[in-house]
Design a protein around this ligand. Structure first.
Ligand code: SF4
Ligand code: SF4
Length: 74
């Protein structure tokens, strides 16, 4: 007879509710996403377009609109 290890039903609560979309190097700076974004979270950066994670409402519109699939959920 021994002591059973605690078997918790604890689940990892790692889900971040402030998740945003990110633009990768596949961006060809066409500007489509900027025009489509409802919250004006997208602007032109140095190398390619960038998403402001504070402004992004995570709607996914830009990812659908991007012709090179450069936008991914982070
Ligand atoms: S997910 Fe929506 S809100 Fe966020 S950058 Fe893309 S279009 Fe804008
Ligand atoms: S739609 Fe895609 S390729 Fe065009 S600017 Fe946005 S991220 Fe870049």
């Amino acid at each position: 007879m021994g002591i059973e290890p605690e078997q918790g039903t604890k689940e990892d609560d790692k889900e971040d509710t402030t998740m945003a979309y990110v633009i990768t190097d596949e961006c060809v700076s066409c500007g489509t996403c900027e025009a489509e974004c409802p919250s004006e979270a997208i602007s032109q950066g140095d190398e390619h377009y960038v998403i402001d994670p504070d402004a992004c409402v995570d709607c996914g519109t830009c990812a659908d609109a991007c012709p090179t699939e450069a936008i991914k959920p982070e």
